[in-house]
Design a protein. Structure first.
Length: 331
């Protein structure tokens, strides 16, 4: 199934249509003039036609180049059952991977997804583990082993799981730069601008969920907010400290797989997303997305999409202020 969501109307297609129509009409008119003159040689006509054909090919070539430049990025929200993983690929080749799925994924499907998108052994400029629960860092060790990861972000909160230990071992054996970014940190990685909204500096939360790395990632005019598993209390803290305008985002990945413990009405009103995405397994025993979250979007213009219903969700970000959405399954 393919869906399209247009953020803003654009006249680029209309402009192209007018340009091509004008060109073709001009060619037809001038050709008529040439045929109407008795003193025109066939060789002269042939030269003229060749020149016009060359110009037309040049125009089409330029239009194709413009079309290529329209696409700024591919955002892949992978179907990871009750796990999470998002891949952002910019036009300049920069890649950001946020989380790596569940520890008990037997495929493991994250490797298959990445092989298909960035190539076997491809480069990942930034790998963000939003927090260290096994549904977020699962198969993170394999990603670090199989792919060229340049930088890794973690929240710095230790975990007792074997999965966490395996990720740390793989990280120590890699050449990746390691960082624990905190609230207020901003950076640019390739075409992406990244702002970290959480966790707080020198203030540990009581749970991995509430120590999630929350990022606001900008490319062109499009902003993506990724919540990890942060709960409503974290949202409230951010709302109290930040201006509403600084939080607005076009796309939001809902906290905690669409759980009612995240995404308050006030938070949604502040973010003002056009598209909201959650990653959850079909019939999962957590019951996500919870009914309260689904009902919240009944009264909100944002399109709510989940991997439980649609499989992997693919968003193309264009420079002409258009977001194109395609989904794997109708669900």
């Amino acid at each position: 199934m393919t869906r399209k969501y247009k953020r803003k109307k654009t006249n680029s297609n209309k402009t192209r249509s007018i340009l091509l129509t004008t060109l073709l009409v001009s060619v037809a008119f001038l050709m008529g003039l040439w045929f109407g003159k008795n003193n025109v040689s066939f060789q002269g006509l042939e030269t003229y036609v060749n020149e016009m054909s060359s110009q037309i090919r040049s125009v089409f070539s330029n239009l194709n180049e413009d079309k290529k430049r329209e696409k700024l990025a591919d955002y892949h929200f992978f179907d990871m059952d009750q796990g999470s993983s998002v891949l952002l690929e910019a036009f300049d080749g920069t890649t950001i991977l946020i989380d790596t799925g569940r520890y008990d994924d037997s495929d493991p499907r994250i490797i298959n997804y990445l092989n298909a998108e960035i190539g076997i052994g491809g480069e990942i400029d930034l790998l963000i583990f939003t927090h260290n629960d096994a549904d977020r860092i699962g198969n993170g060790d394999l990603v670090l082993d199989y792919f060229q990861v340049n930088e890794v972000w973690m929240n710095g909160m230790d975990h007792t799981s074997e999965t966490y230990s395996e990720v740390l071992d793989a990280l120590s054996e890699s050449d990746a730069i390691y960082a624990e970014p905190k609230n207020g940190y901003t950076t640019e990685i390739g075409a992406f601008s990244i702002e970290v909204l959480h966790p707080l500096e020198n203030e540990k939360q009581s749970s991995q969920n509430d120590e999630s790395i929350i990022t606001r990632i900008t490319l062109g005019d499009t902003v993506l907010m990724h919540m990890g598993d942060a709960n409503i209390a974290v949202e409230e803290r951010i709302l109290n400290e930040a201006s509403t305008a600084s939080l607005q985002s076009d796309i939001i990945v809902l906290g905690n797989h669409g759980s009612s413990t995240s995404t308050s009405k006030e938070w949604l009103q502040a973010i003002k997303p056009s598209v909201a995405i959650y990653q959850a397994g079909v019939g999962n025993h957590y019951g996500t997305p919870h009914r309260e979250i689904v009902q919240l979007f009944d009264d909100h213009p944002a399109e709510l999409l989940g991997t439980d219903n649609y499989g992997t969700i693919h968003i193309v970000v264009n420079e002409n202020n258009q977001i194109d959405i395609s989904t794997e399954d109708e669900g």
